[in-house]
Structures are given as C-alpha cells and as structure tokens.
Design a protein around this ligand. Structure first.
Ligand code: FES
Length: 163
C-alpha cells in the first residue's frame, strides 16, 4: 500500500514536472522566437543592388555644358547603414545625352569640369579627360565610367549599380 502511494506520488510528480517543463518551453518559444527573428531579420534581408535615380527634366539641363548632379544613397546591410555619394556629369550635345561618373579611374579622386581647358581635371595626379570622358593625359587606365541612362516623360534617370 505504501509502495503504491509512493509510486503514485512519483508518477504525479513526474507528470507535474513534465507539464511545467512543457509550459516553460512553450513560453520561451513564444517570447524567444520573435526576439530572435527581430535580431536576425535585418541581416537576412536582401539588399537592392541597383536603381534608376531621377536627375530632373532633361530640358532644364544646359546644352553643351557638362553639368554636375550630386546625390547620396543610403544602404542597409544587416545592422550596418552606409551612405554613398555620387557625382554625375551630364552632357547634352548634338541631340545626345551622356552621363559620366566624376570618379577618376586612377585612384578614385573626384574630377571637376574646367570650362577654360575644356577638360575634366583630376586634382590628385593631374589626370585630364575629354568632355566625352576619354583620356587626354595622365596616369588613369581608362576613360571616365559612363552611367546607363533613360528618359521617361521628359525626366532623365541614371542607372546606379551598388556593390
Ligand atoms: S586619382 Fe585621378 S589621376 Fe590619380
């Protein structure tokens, strides 16, 4: 009889311990999974790697004069947020539109348009580029990079590809 009560007590105790453990596990899952998802979510998001950036109405861009447009794009990669500044020289000439990066292809200094010399000048190592981005003189290995562009409803867009 005493043995039976002891056996029943042990069974009840085991059952209660199991139920408490199960409830604890459920509560931990209910509270913990959203927290884990919250912390891991940003790092699992896929980052958009390219975009069409509007620069404004084409008709407002001066003809035959390289015109600089600047903008900054922010990117979220996991928990890290970074901002990248872009400079685009747009040239409207002969019914064509050209969009050049203002980043020198030598060591990435920023070039500026010099109307007096009719060239883009790089201040770092005296690199010179023609108005179409071709190399005139200097150590740069290739012409200025060109952005793909499109015109929609009179607005000029350049295509940005982010690494
Ligand atoms: S960085 Fe432009 S010429 Fe060197």
């Amino acid at each position: 009889m005493a043995e039976s009560e002891s056996s029943a007590g042990l069974g009840r105790r085991t059952f209660v311990t199991g139920v408490v453990g199960l409830l604890g596990g459920i509560i931990a899952a209910v509270v913990g999974l959203p927290a884990v998802a919250y912390w891991l979510g940003p790092s699992l998001k896929k980052q958009e790697s390219d975009a069409w950036v509007p620069l404004g109405p084409v008709e407002n861009i001066p003809v035959d004069v390289p015109t600089l447009f600047s903008f900054t794009r922010t990117k979220q990669l996991g928990w890290e947020r970074s901002a990248t500044s872009y400079g685009v020289y747009v040239l409207r000439a002969g019914g064509q539109v050209l969009a050049l990066s203002n980043v020198c292809t030598h060591l990435s200094c920023r070039v500026t348009w010099s109307p007096e010399r009719d060239t883009y000048l790089c201040p770092c190592h005296d690199g010179h580029f023609a108005r179409d981005g071709a190399i005139v003189s200097g150590p740069q290995p290739r012409p200025l990079d060109r952005f793909a562009l499109k015109i929609e409803d009179g607005t000029l867009f350049v295509h940005i590809v982010e690494a």
